[in-house]
Design a protein around this ligand. Structure first.
Ligand code: MLT
Length: 401
């Protein structure tokens, strides 16, 4: 008799974004004539730039000829051209990696969910609170005891960057620019965690999926800009937000061979991740990787950064619009998320309903990212400009606070 996996019963009821979708659909069904403006999920809306489209198209064309056809890749970690282009990107940032440190994937969501599998089931795991829900949920699904999770509150008082864990932890998830708070860690802040990790043989899983949104030169785009990080940090990144690949799917993780963990020889984590990926993943699509190489070309970067500027223009408008309404906001600078304090101390979901009912705007309740997100609300800058303007106009006119 087949039995279900009991660890899934320990998850919070539903995944955050489908729940938002469900409530939004219910509102539209009840109010069919109203136009709903979506600033909820961080989903890109702008078309891919021409160089990236050409890259993808050449990936398709290569499949049409016997001379250029490719099937399975030699290993799942990515096409040589893709990995070399990533290596060069890090080199330009002053970071030396080896090609075998790089694992190309179908996106940061899968990598940030799967990476926990290479750590002991009894590991003590620390999470920023609030955080992208995938980190906690994937550890629960793996069977870890959530009573042992360590939550590191990110609050207004600490500038939404956590203090070091008070007790010894084994694995620490950090995300900068942060989803959901839009806070960006400085080198000094990351250095404290790197020093802690090296001293405790702990590992940092650094989610840099929004790094392309950093424009201030002093802020680190990669944890490897911080001295000592290569012996304690895994970095995960993605083309979703940098190049509009939310539907195309492409990302990468870096597991440097220098990483030291409590047991096992140097290089073991890299070997385990390679083993995991080669067993459970057949590599990112060869068509999509051609698109990825195009993203990383000089022309591709120039074009992608124009789209990023467009989204950051939205972020500036949202921030200014909410401030004009008297709402306290954070983030939205060097990050595509605006983290607002709910007016009059409302609960996050209560404010979700109010914003939807009064202004017809969809956002994301802060409490969906963790207990410390209660009383906050996230708006995404990835919308179409006209919708963003219409949403702000409606908030200004219709939201009663
Ligand atoms: C978000 O809105 O938090 C993200 O876009 C979701 C994701 O990247 O999976």
């Amino acid at each position: 008799m087949a039995r279900t996996n009991p660890t899934y019963d320990r998850l919070a009821q539903g995944y955050l974004f489908p729940e938002i979708g469900k409530r939004t659909r219910a509102f539209i069904a009840a109010n069919p004539s109203s136009k709903v403006m979506r600033l909820g999920i961080g989903d890109t809306t702008q078309p891919l730039p021409p160089t990236v489209i050409s890259g993808l198209a050449s990936g398709v064309q290569k499949l049409a000829k016997i001379e250029t056809y490719t099937g399975y890749q030699d290993d799942s970690s990515g096409m040589p051209a893709m990995k070399t282009a990533l290596l060069e990107r890090y080199k330009a940032m002053g970071i030396t990696l080896d090609l075998s440190d790089i694992f190309v994937s179908d996106g940061a969501k899968s990598d940030s969910a799967n990476i926990q599998s290479i750590f002991d089931i009894d590991s003590v795991i620390a999470f920023q609170d609030p955080a992208y829900p995938v980190y906690v949920d994937s550890n629960i699904m793996a069977g870890r005891n959530k009573e042992k999770f360590v939550y590191m509150p990110c609050t207004e008082a600490n500038g939404f960057f956590p203090s070091l864990p008070k007790s010894k932890v084994d694995v620490i998830y950090l995300c900068s620019p942060n989803n959901p708070t839009g806070a960006v860690a400085t080198k000094k802040q990351l250095k404290e965690f790197v020093d802690y990790a090296n001293a405790n043989k702990a590992i940092i899983i650094f989610d840099a999926a929004y790094s392309a949104y950093i424009s201030s030169p002093e802020l680190p785009r990669s944890i490897y800009e911080v001295e000592g990080a290569k012996s304690c940090a895994i970095e995960i990144n993605s083309f979703s937000k940098e190049a509009g690949f939310t539907g195309v799917r492409l990302g990468w993780s870096i597991v440097p061979k220098e990483i030291v963990c409590e047991d096992g020889e140097i290089g073991k984590l890299n070997r385990l991740w390679a083993r995991r990926q080669n067993t459970m993943f057949n590599g990112a699509s060869n068509i999509v990787q051609e698109g990825g190489v195009a993203v990383l070309s000089a022309k591709g970067q120039e074009e992608c950064y124009k789209v990023i500027d467009y989204y950051m223009g939205n972020a500036r408008l949202i921030k200014a619009g909410l401030e004009a309404k008297g709402i306290t906001v954070f983030g939205g600078v060097n990050a595509p998320y605006i983290w607002m304090k709910t007016p009059n101390g409302m609960k996050s979901w209560e404010f979700f309903d109010k914003l939807l009912n009064e202004a017809h705007v969809v956002g994301t309740p802060g409490s969906g990212f963790g207990a410390s997100g209660e009383g906050y609300f996230r708006l995404s800058a990835f919308g179409i400009r006209e919708n963003v303007i219409a949403a702000l106009d409606s908030i200004q006119k219709n939201l009663k606070i």
